[in-house]
Design a binder for this molecule. Structure first.
Ligand code: PLP
Length: 452
């Protein structure tokens, strides 16, 4: 039965990404507190949070330094804006800090509040930039099927998932989608990863030529696709894609919202996969989710014409009330300091062999089709018959059932359809990682017993 809290929630709360018709029967799990990698619900049940909530609570759920940074900031300067001629010391320090950790030389940092807003801002900057350099016809932005870039009108258009488009009249004009780089699913029989990457880069070039290179402005990519199913790029993919982009003067945007700050085993996914973006968007791990904040970093090539043009019309006409919010900035700054001082990237690297050994042990299991990922982000894709690549009947709701069983075992994992995601807080210890997989094994055993 829904708890008292859950019943009150059902009465008043219009939920995101929820089957609202089914919701009244089920109600939400009401989480009341957290402790390291664990969270607790209002009935006192404890769960190991194996997805960092929404891929974001990288430092877990009870970091005292972050709590103090937030409360100190609230008592210092709770708010000031960053519109024309205004700034605050915290945003200044954070902007400089971000430039110092960027994976490629970046020139300036723009602040927003969410990954969606960061990507939306990037779209406007791309259009503004091409107008400023006298190429206003360069308007089209290419993203990929299965990408997830957010939910605002432009970022949902960039997302390549049907749930983001259907019934919202999206995508908007000038946003196109090309191949999803999922090797296991889309490679032709006998095709190597390298050949698959060549084919996708060739397809991209053909698409740019068909659209007209003079009309193509930018290409958006997550280093590892997150919500589209944890899909790392096939070997040589970004090298080949970037050659095509360079040939037709198409900007590259790296959406590091999930990958940033150690998730891939390096500070940025761009480094892991050899991406050299002109624009980089970041959120989630930027504040370890302790406050809403996102950022767009742009290189000098992009920034200089934007700045010049803003002189002509008198302003760069974009920005949010909470761009550079001092409390969010203080928490983000402290987060970045902790990543550095605690060598969180080194910690991730030290855990990777254990994480991947445990994950790989599920290859060949009765209902496991593919195990994939990188660093501390991974997915196990469930199939009814992996050998023949037969998916479960959607009515079976295999992924959702596994998640429900996980809860009974004190484990929170996430299902994207029948793909089960692991994205634990980066501070997880070796013992907690063992505990995660002990709980997952019990979950999987019950799933196997009951699904047939
Ligand atoms: N980009 C990526 C890669 C994401 O995974 C997400 C959210 O999951 C977003 C953008 C959107 O971020 P937000 O939900 O903060 O708007």
């Amino acid at each position: 039965d829904p708890s008292e809290n859950a019943a009150a929630d059902i009465a008043a709360h219009f939920h995101s990404f929820t089957n609202l018709a089914a919701h009244p029967e089920v109600g939400p799990l009401v989480i009341t507190k957290g402790d390291g990698v664990f969270v607790e619900d209002d009935k006192g049940n404890r769960y190991l949070e194996a997805v960092s909530a929404l891929w974001c609570a990288s430092l877990g759920f009870s970091n005292e330094r972050l709590a103090k940074a937030g409360s100190d900031a609230l008592r210092g300067l709770p708010y000031y804006h960053t519109f024309t001629g205004r700034s605050n010391p915290t945003v200044i320090e954070l902007a400089n800090k971000l430039l110092s950790v960027a994976p490629v030389p970046m020139s300036k940092v723009f602040f927003a509040n969410s990954g969606s807003e960061a990507n939306d801002s990037a779209v406007k900057m791309i259009w503004y930039y091409h107008n400023a350099i006298g190429k206003p016809e360069k308007k089209k932005i290419i993203a990929r099927l299965n990408a997830y870039h957010g939910v605002t009108v432009a970022s949902a258009s960039l997302s390549g998932l049907v749930t983001n488009h259907r019934d919202f009249d999206l995508p908007i004009a000038n946003i196109l989608h090309v191949d999803c780089p999922h090797y296991f699913r889309y490679a032709e029989p006998g095709e190597s990863e390298e050949d698959f990457a060549t084919r996708l880069a060739d397809n991209l070039e053909k698409r740019i030529l068909a659209e007209g290179p003079d009309t193509v402005a930018a290409f958006f990519a997550e280093p590892v696709m997150g919500a589209g199913g944890v899909i790392p790029p096939p070997a040589t993919y970004f090298e080949k894609v970037q050659k095509v982009l360079a040939k037709y003067d198409v900007l590259l945007v790296a959406d590091e919202v999930v990958c940033g700050y150690g998730r891939t085993g390096e500070m940025f996914g761009s480094t892991t996969f050899g991406m050299k973006p002109d624009i980089l968007t970041t959120a989630k791990g930027l504040s370890s989710a302790y406050a809403p904040i996102s950022a767009v970093m742009v290189n000098e090539k992009v920034y200089a014409p934007i700045a010049r043009n803003s002189g002509t019309i008198g302003t760069f006409g974009h920005g949010f009330t909470y761009s550079g919010h001092p409390v969010s900035c203080a928490i983000a700054l402290e987060t970045l300091k902790i990543y550095e001082e605690d060598n969180v990237v080194g910690h991730v690297q030290s855990l990777m062999p254990q994480f991947w050994k445990a994950l790989r042990s599920y290859e060949g299991r009765k209902y496991v089709g593919e195990v994939r990922g990188v660093g501390l982000v991974a997915a196990i894709e469930l199939y009814a018959d992996p050998e023949n690549r037969t998916s479960f009947d959607p009515a079976v709701k295999a992924g959702a059932r596994l998640v429900e069983i996980g809860l009974t075992q004190g484990l929170i994992v996430r299902a994207l359809g029948d793909t089960i995601v692991f994205c634990p807080p980066l501070i997880i210890t070796a013992e907690e990682l063992d505990e995660l997989f002990a709980r997952f094994e019990r979950t999987m055993a019950i799933f196997e017993e009951t699904i047939g």
